[in-house]
Ligand binder design. Sequence first.
Ligand SMILES: O=C(O)[C@H](O)C(=O)COP(=O)(O)O
Ligand SMILES: [Zn+2]
Length: 210
Amino acid sequence: MTEQALREEMVTLARSMFERGYATGGAGNLSLKLPDGNFLTTPTGSSFGRLVAERLSVVDIDGNHLSGDRPSKEIAFHLAIYRNSPDCNAIVHLHSTYLTALSCLEGLDSDNAIKPFTPYYVMRVGQLPVIPYLRPGDPQIATELANRAADYRAFLLANHGPVITGTDLRDAVDNAEELEETAKLALMLDGKAIRYLTDAEVSDLEGRGK
Ligand SMILES: O=C(O)[C@H](O)C(=O)COP(=O)(O)O
Ligand SMILES: [Zn+2]
């Protein structure tokens, strides 16, 4: 896709998420890899419902601001993931209701906050490691994500919200929506006897197409 088409896709997908309640106010941020190797990101403080294609931020791999409005304060963690995850070409960070609620619970398994109980969670996301609470914009978030980026497709920032990757922005958005719905199910089923997928059932699903 051309840069202009990617800009328009980011605006369209962001507005769709906003209109369906996956993003509110100025929370969250998006990024994607451009054909020239630089990165397109949402400007800091921007609303997913009001992005303007021409004003989106462009940065290089070192985080230098090349054009557009001032980039997200979280651009460092986006770039840390790109550096360490060759398959990642787009990233979605949200404060979506159910994943943010989950991120606020005591006693989460830091290796995987959601044990698999549906096939699509396994096929699209797999595991959800938890990053300890850090102030939004703290550079340590980038270090924590860099250390895990090669092994996971999504991450849960404690008391904050999810970070989800994809092979392109549509894939990252679809993964984010699947993960948010899985968190909603997990909270709805809390206290009930869930039949989790067995290790064999999970292995059978891993590596299969979505
Ligand atoms: O993650 C953050 O820093 C904020 O919580 C957020 O999601 C929006 O920050 P941005 O600078 O507007 O991208
Ligand atoms: Zn945030």
